[in-house]
Design a protein around this ligand. Sequence first.
Ligand SMILES: [Zn+2]
Length: 245
Amino acid sequence: MATAPVADQQQLLKVQDADLRLKQARHRLETLPQIAHIAELAGRAKDLQEDAIARGAEVSDLRRDVTKAEDDVQSVRSRADRDTARLESGSGSAKDLQALQAELEVLKKRQGDLEDIELEAMERLESAEKLHAEASSQRDAIDSQIAELEAERDRAAAEIHEEIADIEAERVRLAEPLDSALMSLYERIRGNNGGVGAAALRGPTCLGCNMTLNPGDLQAVNTAAPEQIVRCEDCGSILVRKADA
Ligand SMILES: [Zn+2]
């Protein structure tokens, strides 16, 4: 039967406590509320970014449309100016001048139509630019919200890392003097048992699994020599009895 000094068995409970606190701290580190919040916002940021890109492309297309409409208007206007200059110079036959006059009428009409197209393109551009600016500013707002949460998350994580370092140091200090066979048994059980390797026995109850020992087991545990390492039949933990029991 394996044995370990009673004081070591008692101290093992403190090691176990430190190990549980470490486990909890690591769990808190992995489940910081900011992590889920950031993930949620990152999804929206991605959508908003895609939206902003699409709106930006729309703006570029419409700028091209406006430029083309401006060029069209300009070329008709230039031609009309040339015709007007020729007409005013009075050179050419009456027939030529009449033809010029007729062409000017057509150009005037065409210029009006093109100006309408230009105006419409400019209006479309203006509203597309507005939508693009809105999408961009929404994306920027989410981005800065994410940056804030990341900073918050990092601050909280730094605190927990500090706490973990402290508990680890405490754990080393507690475990270092303990019987090595007791420690290796503890580590083996803990590894197979979700982090619980040792537990106090309170009355008939194992505090590792909260099961009550049956009367036969309880009697065997209570009559075993204090140095003897006894274990819970249910969870396998090293059962640590009260020192004065
Ligand atoms: Zn148990």
